[in-house]
Design a protein around this ligand. Structure first.
Ligand SMILES: Cc1cc2nc3c(=O)[nH]c(=O)nc-3n(C[C@H](O)[C@H](O)[C@H](O)COP(=O)(O)O)c2cc1C
Length: 320
């Protein structure tokens, strides 16, 4: 069996529930012969994205390779991400959603790591005879699998309502195929997850699932959904839908794709066509749709002749 690299990221307290759950998955992958790396992300200095968009502008103009000018520990995480074949991410619920640090990391990963931006820049650069060292990291295009662990203290599951849908942000831009995810709710009802046998068993199952995906010989087997719940969306497997303004269709907000719904035997059924599934932003075609609209429709400076003048009252508006 080929030895692969599994990276575990925890956004929880040191050695608390999330940490231990992520580490359990890693330990099982290690037992299967894989190399593992664990990062306690809250111990790292990772600054928020400033919105300068130099990462994307650099790639779309062919002058950059998706780098970020902020100097902090992100390069450690970036190198670990580039090296890994599987990513296991655990995050606690804070105010029904992943933590602020989690979002900070997601903003720093995407759009700078969007595989469609990186691939186009890489291929155009090679065709132009550029040195590969000046192009996006070739490891960006490695096929990876992912697993998500969401941990909430509240006894009511809906206090984690936005967890798994938002956690997809960490895998989305790099095109990591999530093959399993788990939600542990009611964590405050148990001193530590180590005293919760069913939760620990579920983490062992996740370890097995990640190892099985890494050992897969076909693309179908590699990306096969291995979670214990199917969810309503066949692409992200989340149970999260929004309604179109005219209420004619529903949309999966994670994937950005539409479905028709109907009641079958008293249960809601959402039908996502193959075409819609393929334009999910978790898949290449959906990502390409997005990077193409940015490339072709985003405008540069100098379009509004009197912008400087228009901005004047806002610049001097006091921030009290
Ligand atoms: C600021 C804050 C907000 C929280 N909000 C929620 C919440 O909305 N839903 C929930 O289920 N738990 C909530 N919790 C509880 C944590 O999810 C819980 O303590 C979890 O076990 C933390 O993970 P850890 O033990 O790995 O650090 C909150 C905790 C904190 C500190």
């Amino acid at each position: 069996m080929e030895k692969k690299k599994v990276l575990g990221l925890s956004f929880g307290r040191k050695n608390s529930n999330t940490d231990v759950m992520v580490k359990t998955v890693l330990m099982d992958c290690e037992k299967q012969g894989h190399e593992v790396q664990f990062l306690h992300v809250d111990s790292m200095d990772i600054k928020p994205c400033t919105g300068c968009i130099s990462c994307v502008v650099g790639m779309t103009t062919g002058r950059g390779k998706g780098g970020c000018p902020i100097k902090d520990d992100f390069h450690i995480l970036d190198e670990a991400l580039m090296e890994c074949d599987a990513l296991v991410v655990g995050c606690p619920a804070y105010e029904t959603s992943p933590t602020g640090r989690f979002k900070t990391v997601c903003d720093r990963i995407g759009p700078s790591h969007d595989i469609t931006f990186r691939k186009a820049t890489y291929e155009e650069g090679l065709a132009a005879g550029k040195d590969p060292a000046d192009l996006p990291d070739v490891r960006s295009f490695k096929k990876r699998v992912g697993a998500l662990i969401s941990v909430g203290g509240a006894m009511t599951k809906n206090w984690m309502a936005f967890m798994l849908p938002v956690m997809y942000e960490i895998t989305m831009s790099m095109g990591i195929d999530v093959i399993d995810m788990h939600e542990y709710y009611g964590a405050m009802g148990c001193e530590h997850v180590l005293g919760n046998a069913p939760q620990m068993e579920r983490m062992h199952l996740m370890g097995e699932n990640v190892a099985a995906a890494l050992a897969a010989e076909t693309e179908e087997e590699r990306t096969k959904w291995r979670g214990t719940e199917q969810g309503i969306c066949p692409v992200c497997h989340c149970n999260f839908l929004s309604f179109s303004e005219d209420r004619s269709v529903v949309e999966c907000p994670v994937c950005g794709i539409e479905a028709s719904i109907k009641m079958v035997d008293g249960k809601i059924q959402a039908d996502f066509s193959e075409a819609q599934q393929n334009r999910s932003r978790l898949r290449w075609a959906g990502k390409l749709e997005h990077s193409t609209e940015i490339k072709t429709q985003a405008v540069g400076p100098g379009q509004i002749p009197n912008l400087k003048e228009l901005l004047e009252p806002y610049k001097n508006y006091p921030a009290k």
